[in-house]
Design a protein around this ligand. Structure first.
Ligand code: DCS
Length: 481
């Protein structure tokens, strides 16, 4: 039969190549089982509200009023909404040209970009220019826009940490670029060794690849580590010497679960380094309303800030952003609220502080419960989740299990995760979806299930795992780091 204009055979090869494990085979099987009536615990996506996290009250009040501005004319509005939420809704509406139903500037509302710049300035202690901040539909769209500008063809390489969040591998495939992996060191709590970077770049160059940019995810997904200031300095110096644009994915900057290594932004470290670095390194940093204690994933709000990009490049990025007309306007307001939440003394401050503190403290406890739970299991070792929303234990699969996976036609960690799903309903993502060293296996779970359900989930994981290991473990050299 003749091929249709758009048949699988004529599909863009880059689309076929692109893989996104977070919604891959495991997720599809979990959805099937759910349809059959099995209780599934979806820990495959960092989607806090889907696992029961309640929205923060104040931002929802403000956006509700912006969505239904006629409520502002209702004489009873003050009985339903606090005065500061009403004032804030009026403020945001005044920044729009026609409310939430009108497109905004393609870079986002100037008033909100100004609030983002003020937030960055407060956070880092250095000025930030609203003209160099673009609002986006989630951080994902921002990352795609920037990679689209960097990648000219398969001769262009992007350094990506391994393990990585597959937005990067998938987008690089889609855009026809080349992913240049650099390995994080699991035995050093997923630290980033600049020598590994050098090796990766040398190898890529020997294959004729022009390495153009480097991605860091800080705090890490799926690895959960927080980069130290010293490490960030080394990275920035490396980018300066090698003329690489640094893409700083900092979407988990509020999600920190220890005190030794607080979040520190790439921008601040760069500015602290002074000339020639501070005016020499090109940096794009990304943030979102999906993470932190907000977890407003469905709103699709994000921003990126550009440092040391020439005005003509910024103009071109603006031009390309204009093709999509405008980011979501309600999401822009969420972003405005995230970067300028209620302040001490505001009517809504106490409630906002109570809610946000409650979420963060619980996440901190859940990070601990998960790590300890995994480390109590046979043939499982797990670094502590210093930040972000994930636990990424290494599963030391015995040769018998690897053999059984082969027979079933599955990658070993996919095999393990499928068995786990069937036995317990826990839906995870196999480590192979994020990249890992040859012969080493992991899985990723989020730390997001409700705290009161955690002990039961970990018990059920342990029961499955220890039985699985006993079944396959013949006590001869299982796979190690
Ligand atoms: N960057 C990182 C490191 C992420 O983990 C995510 C989402 C994003 C960017 C994009 O977020 P938004 O587009 O929503 O702003 N993380 C996915 C994940 O691993 N699980 O859930 C979503």
């Amino acid at each position: 039969m003749a091929l249709k204009a758009l048949d699988y055979d004529t599909l863009n090869e880059n689309v076929k190549k692109c893989q996104y494990a977070v919604r891959g085979e495991l997720y599809l099987r979990a959805s099937e089982l759910q349809k059959e009536g099995k209780k599934i615990i979806f820990t495959n996506v960092g989607n806090p509200h889907a696992l029961g996290q309640k929205p923060l009250t104040f931002p929802r009040q403000v956006v509700a009023l912006c969505q239904a501005p006629f409520l502002l004319d209702d004489p009873n509005v003050g009985m339903l909404f606090p005065a500061d939420a009403i004032a804030r809704a009026k403020h945001y509406l005044s920044l729009t040209s026609g409310g939430l139903g009108a497109y905004s500037d393609s870079r986002g509302l100037p008033g909100v970009r100004k609030e983002v710049a003020e937030f960055i300035q407060r956070r880092d202690g250095y000025p930030s220019d609203p003209e160099l901040i673009f609002l986006t539909d989630g951080a994902s769209k921002g990352v795609m826009q920037i990679l689209n500008c960097v990648i000219r063809g398969d001769g262009d390489g992007i350094l990506v940490p391994v393990p990585q969040y597959p937005l990067y591998s998938a987008t690089i495939s889609l855009l026809g670029g080349t992913l240049v992996p650099y390995y994080l060191d699991e035995s050093e709590n997923w630290g980033l060794d600049v020598n590994n970077l050098r090796q990766s770049v040398a190898q890529a160059r020997s294959q004729g690849i022009t390495v153009r940019a480097m991605v860091i995810i800080n705090p890490g997904n799926p690895t959960g580590q927080c980069l130290s200031e010293a490490n960030l300095r080394e990275i920035l110096k490396y980018c300066y010497n090698e003329k690489l644009v640094l893409l700083g994915d900092e979407v988990y900057q509020q999600n920190i679960y220890q005190d030794e290594r607080p979040f520190i932004s790439s921008k601040k470290v760069l500015m602290d380094m002074g000339s020639p670095f501070s005016n020499g390194v090109q940096l794009v940093s990304f943030h979102t309303v999906s993470k932190g204690y907000w977890g407003e994933c469905g709103q699709r709000g994000g921003y990126f800030e550009m440092t040391n990009l020439p005005p003509r490049v910024v103009e071109e990025i603006y031009k390309v952003a204009s093709i999509a007309l405008s980011p979501n306007v309600s999401a822009q307001i969420f972003m405005g609220l995230m970067v300028s939440p209620p302040k001490p003394g505001d009517i809504s401050y106490d409630q906002f502080a109570r809610e946000s503190k409650g979420i963060l403290e619980s996440l901190r406890r859940r990070a601990r419960i998960m790590t300890d739970g995994f480390n109590s299991c046979k043939n499982v070792v797990c670094n502590f989740t210093e930040g972000a929303m994930y636990s990424f234990p290494q599963i030391r699969l015995p040769p018998g299990a690897i053999q059984a996976a082969k027979q079933a036609g599955k990658v070993p960690d996919v095999f393990y995760c499928l068995k786990l799903l069937e036995a317990t309903g826990i839906s995870t993502v196999p480590g192979s979806g994020f990249g890992q060293k040859e012969g080493v296996f992991h899985l990723r779970t989020t730390i997001l299930p409700a705290e009161e359900e955690m002990p039961e989930i970990m018990d059920s994981f342990k029961k499955f795992n220890d039985e699985f290991m006993s079944q396959y473990d013949n006590n001869v050299g299982y796979s190690r780091m």
